[in-house]
Ligand binder design. Structure first.
Ligand SMILES: [Cu+2]
Length: 450
């Protein structure tokens, strides 16, 4: 590790992660179970979806739709027997924390791009428009489709120039968790990726009650900058579906239900994703469903670059269970943006100084300061101190949304980086959140365009 990297994280560790939350205007979709799960997919709409202005047809989905919290679905319309999607590649302002908005590239105002869901056997047409300042193309990762549809510049097609449209059309004969992305490395690292889910013609067994998707991304954004450095090999912002914890929307599961998580990675690092409190089995990869004979209990699954892993578990134990990348530096973000002239010197740190810096910091950003956990009376004479002391920065109120209802006070102080939680809730609590969601705020506009 470079010295600058060390210094960076040492400084960052003082104020720590846990500072990251999301705005109240964000709300993920989540359908309930027991009759709610087959709800039409029209609620989401929390991402502006340019190019899909026409009223979308009702999807004919035999499977439970996948929910990708913090990322909307791409609507479609029918043209005869063809499902037609409109996808626009364009620059996107993405709020990854309440005080941090980056200039990413994505699709239809969203980064990651909106989720495409089709049924195995569907004929699919994607009308793609390039509103980027440079040429690009769309690759359908994992799909067995004709070479002309493969989306590799110069090899299978001419690059799509800025302002041009290009139509992809193919039949999806597979089922599984696929994705679309620009087939240019730097564009990928600017965020040009999205889910492409192929629901099976015949539902998987056993059936699940909840089906969630998470896209893992990492960003190198220097302090006071908003443009990711795509040439960097080290990353200071880590996101699930384009947001850092505690801004990530908790995944809700009714106690006793079965849950599927589809986790997809396109970055520079492999991410070991760990679930607390429950064992799971890997039921699929980016290649589709795996035979049950290959399933075995795990609680950490490595999602390699360009891979997807699908895991399932029975939500047997009530509680708010973390799920996160277990790389230590991926469980935090950079605080350097906030430090600015409050640059913290760690060599002569004292509790009084740290607290005063935290108070000053809290005043500069829109959330409350939470007092730190206790420290020992001789802490300052112990080599290595501080590590996690002084890091707590709760922002429960800033990131509040129906899915966070009922969490213990200061819960957000323990959430950072590539992290979210699975909330396994008894009927009463689950239903209370569902009714809050139904009655919740409807103003979702401007989420990516503040
Ligand atoms: Cu990681």
């Amino acid at each position: 590790m470079s010295e600058s990297r060390r210094a960076f994280f040492y400084d960052a560790a003082i104020l720590g992660a846990g500072l990251f939350g999301w705005g109240k205007d964000l709300q993920a979709r989540c359908y309930g179970i027991r009759g709610e799960s087959r709800a039409p997919r029209t609620e989401r709409g929390n991402t502006p979806v340019a190019g899909g202005e026409k009223k979308s047809a009702q999807p004919r989905m035999s499977s439970l739709p996948v929910l990708t919290p913090d990322v909307a679905d791409l609507p479609h319309e029918m043209d005869g027997g063809v499902k037609v999607f409109h996808l626009v590649g364009e620059p996107v302002k993405r709020k990854i924390a309440p005080f941090k908005t980056i200039d990413a590239w994505g699709y239809n105002g969203s980064c990651p791009g909106p989720t495409i869901q089709v049924q195995q056997g569907d004929r699919v047409r994607v009308v793609f428009e390039n509103r980027l300042p440079e040429s690009t193309s769309l690759h359908w990762h994992g799909l067995e489709i004709p070479i002309e549809q493969d989306g590799v510049p110069y090899i299978s097609q001419k690059p799509v120039a800025p302002g041009e449209k290009y139509v992809y059309e193919f039949t999806v004969h597979q089922e599984g968790t696929f994705f679309y992305h620009a087939h240019s490395a730097m564009q990928e690292m600017m965020g040009q990726i999205g889910f492409f889910v192929g629901h099976p013609a015949k539902d998987y067994q056993p059936r699940v009650d909840h089906d969630y998707g998470l896209i893992l991304q990492e960003w190198a954004v220097l302090p006071s900058n908003s443009v990711p450095n795509t040439a960097a090999m080290e990353f200071n912002w880590l996101t699930f579906n384009g947001v850092s914890a505690p801004m990530t929307t908790p995944l809700l599961a009714r106690l006793g239900s079965r849950v599927r998580l589809r986790i997809l990675n396109l970055g520079m690092d492999h991410h070991p994703v760990h679930l607390h409190g429950h064992q799971f089995v890997v039921t699929g990869t980016e290649g589709g469903r795996a035979p049950e004979s290959t399933w075995f209990p795990m609680n950490t699954v490595l999602i390699g670059v360009a891979q997807a892993r699908v895991v399932e578990f029975d939500a047997k134990y009530p509680g708010n269970w973390m799920i996160h990348c277990h790389l230590p530096h991926h469980m935090m973000n950079s605080m350097m943006d906030l430090l600015r002239d409050r640059q913290i010197q760690t060599t002569d740190q004292t509790e009084a100084k740290a607290l005063s810096q935290m108070e000053s910091l809290a005043k500069s950003v829109p959330f409350q300061h939470v007092h730190p956990s206790p420290i020992a009376s001789n802490a300052e004479s112990v080599p290595g101190f501080p590590q996690d002391a002084f890091m707590e920065m709760g922002m429960d109120e800033v990131v509040e949304k129906p899915e966070t209802y009922g969490l213990p006070k200061n819960w957000s102080a323990g959430m950072m980086g590539m992290m979210t939680m699975v909330r396994v809730l008894p009927d009463k609590e689950y239903d209370a959140i569902m009714s809050k969601k139904t009655a919740g705020p409807s103003a979702q506009e401007g989420r990516h365009h503040e």
